[in-house]
Design a protein around this ligand. Structure first.
Ligand SMILES: [Ca+2]
Length: 434
C-alpha cells in the first residue's frame, strides 16, 4: 500500500509546485516502487558529504510510525513536539490524518565519546495529545511556560468539505485546508488530554487557521488563516487577544516564525508565481505598548526558480535554514543562507546542508544552536521520519557570506548547481500590508 503524504503546514505546497510526488511511503513488509530509485540517488555515504552535521540519528522509527515530521524543540531541547501517523495493532495506519505527539528527547551520551554513526539521542515517553481521527499539524512549545503547547487541530474528524474558492494542487496532489482547523492550546501537565482539553485560541470552524508559532517572549501568536481567502499571516497579541493582519499580498503567505529577538518575521510565499514558494523576511512594527501592529517592506531571502520553503531562523538570528528543490524536485535538501541585514544587502550564497536521497525538509534548530532536527526519507523503508544531528563543530550558523559547499561529484542527484540569486528584488510589485 503506497500512501501519498501531505504535510498540511507546508509540504503540500512544495509537492504541488514540483508537479511530482515528493513523498511516498510503505507499510512494513511491503516494497516501494520508489525505493530503488531513491536508493540509486543516494551518495555512497551521505555522512561523508554532510560536513556541516555530525552524529545524524533517526528519532522516529518506521516500525512504529507510518510517517512522522515537522518537529520542534522545547526551550532546553529536552522535549520535542511532532506530527505522525502510528500503526495500529493490526499494522494499519491508525488514522488517515496526522496526530500530534510530544516526547522526551534523551541525550544518552553526555560525558562519553560517540562514533559518528552511533545512536546518542533517543525519544522516550512518546505521548499523543490530539484526539484520534482529528487532523493536526504545526506543534509549538510555549517559550516560557513549559506546560503550555499550541498546535493546529480540527479537534474532531474533518468533514472533508472543500474550502470555497480555494483549491490548489497538481495532477498528483490536492491538499486540503480543512475549515475546522484551528489553533489550540493544551496543558501538558494534565493527566488526560482529550478534545475538551484543547482550548481554541484562533479559528471558528469556518476558515482554516494553522501554521502557528510565537515570539520568544510568548506575547505574540503568529499564524496563517484562509479567512481572507488567500492565505495570510496574522498576529494575535495574547494578553489583549487583539488580532492584526500582517500580509495582504496576492498568493499564500504562511509558515511564519519570529526571529529570536522578536524584531523580524520570516515566512514563505508564492507571490512570484502560483506555488513557486520563496522566503521573505520583514521587520516587525510595534505600537507603544509593545504589541505587534504590522510589518515593514518584505525582503526576499530567496528569489529563483526553485521551491524554497520551511524557513527556520538560527538562535543567533544570523542564518535561515530551509528546504529547497534546487538540487531536484525528487530530492529536496536543506540549505542555509545568511539573514539579509536590509534591502541593500547582497543575497546570501546558499550552503547545502543535507546530501541524502529523497526529501530532507522542515528544519528546526535547538535554542542553544547545537542540534538540527528535520524530516528525512533517508532511513530504512524510505518513509518520512524525524532525524537529528549535531551542529556544534562548524560555522554553519556564523552568518558569514561564504562560498557554497562544493557539490559531491559522486551524487547523481546533484544535477543542478547551487548558485546565488542575483538580487533581493521580487518580480511583482510589493503591496503594503493593511
Ligand atoms: Ca534529500
Amino acid at each position: 500500500m503506497t500512501l501519498i503524504i501531505i504535510f498540511m503546514c507546508a509540504l503540500a505546497q512544495a509537492s504541488a509546485a514540483s508537479g511530482v510526488k515528493v513523498e511516498t511511503t510503505t507499510a512494513p513488509g511491503q516494497s516501494s516502487s520508489n525505493e530503488a530509485t531513491n536508493a540509486a540517488k543516494d551518495p555512497a555515504d551521505w555522512r561523508k558529504f554532510e560536513g556541516l552535521l555530525s552524529h545524524q540519528v533517526q528519532l522516529t522509527l518506521s516500525e512504529r510510525f507510518v510517517k512522522a515530521g515537522e518537529a520542534y524543540f522545547n526551550s532546553d531541547a529536552t522535549q520535542i513536539v511532532f506530527q505522525a501517523i502510528e500503526y495500529d495493532a493490526q499494522g494499519n495506519p491508525e488514522s488517515e490524518y496526522y496526530s500530534m505527539y510530544v516526547a522526551q528527547l534523551r541525550d544518552e551520551g553526555q560525558g562519553q565519546s560517540f562514533e559518528p554513526d552511533q545512536r546518542r539521542y533517543r525519544l522516550k515517553n512518546i505521548r499523543r495529545i490530539s484526539p484520534i481521527g482529528s487532523a493536526n499539524t504545526c506543534g509549538w512549545f510555549h517559550p516560557t511556560d513549559p506546560n503550555k503547547l499550541i498546535f493546529a487541530s480540527t479537534i474532531t474528524a474533518p468533514a472533508k468539505q472543500e474550502t470555497p474558492g480555494y483549491q490548489r494542487g497538481s495532477r498528483n496532489y490536492r491538499w486540503s485546508f480543512p475549515p475546522e482547523m484551528r489553533v489550540v492550546e493544551v496543558d501538558l501537565s494534565a493527566q488526560e488530554i482529550n478534545a475538551d482539553s484543547l482550548k481554541t485560541l484562533v479559528g471558528d470552524g469556518k476558515a482554516y487557521a494553522a501554521e502557528c508559532s510565537t515570539s520568544l517572549d510568548g506575547r505574540t501568536l503568529l499564524y496563517t488563516t484562509l479567512e481572507s481567502g488567500d492565505g495570510d499571516l496574522y498576529a494575535m497579541d495574547l494578553p489583549t487577544k487583539k488580532i492584526t493582519r500582517l500580509t495582504a499580498f496576492a498568493g499564500y503567505d504562511g509558515g511564519g516564525f519570529f526571529s529570536p529577538d522578536g524584531k523580524k518575521i520570516i515566512w514563505r510565499a508564492d507571490r512570484n508565481a502560483d506555488n513557486l514558494l520563496q522566503i521573505f523576511v520583514a521587520d516587525v512594527v510595534f505600537d507603544s505598548t509593545g504589541a505587534v501592529v504590522g510589518i515593514g517592506e518584505p525582503i526576499a531571502v530567496t528569489n529563483d526558480g526553485a521551491v524554497n520553503w520551511a524557513p527556520y531562523v538560527s538562535p543567533n538570528g544570523k542564518v535561515i535554514v530551509y528546504a529547497s528543490s534546487r538540487v531536484g524536485h525528487d530530492n529536496y535538501e536543506l540549505l542555509a543562507v545568511p539573514v539579509p541585514a536590509d534591502h541593500a544587502a547582497p543575497l546570501g550564497q546558499p550552503r547545502r546542508v543535507t546530501h541524502a536521497g529523497g526529501a530532507d525538509l522542515l528544519p528546526a534548530i535547538s535554542h542553544d544552536g547545537k542540534l538540527l532536527m528535520w524530516t528525512s526519507q533517508r532511513g530504512a523503508g524510505r518513509s518520512s521520519q524525524l532525524w537529528l544531528a549535531q551542529m556544534s563543530q562548524n560555522d554553519l550558523l556564523s552568518g558569514e557570506l561564504v562560498p557554497p559547499v562544493v557539490q559531491p561529484t559522486a551524487t547523481p542527484a546533484s544535477t543542478a548547481p547551487i548558485t546565488a540569486s542575483p538580487t533581493h528584488s521580487t518580480t511583482t510589485p510589493l503591496v503594503q500590508p493593511k
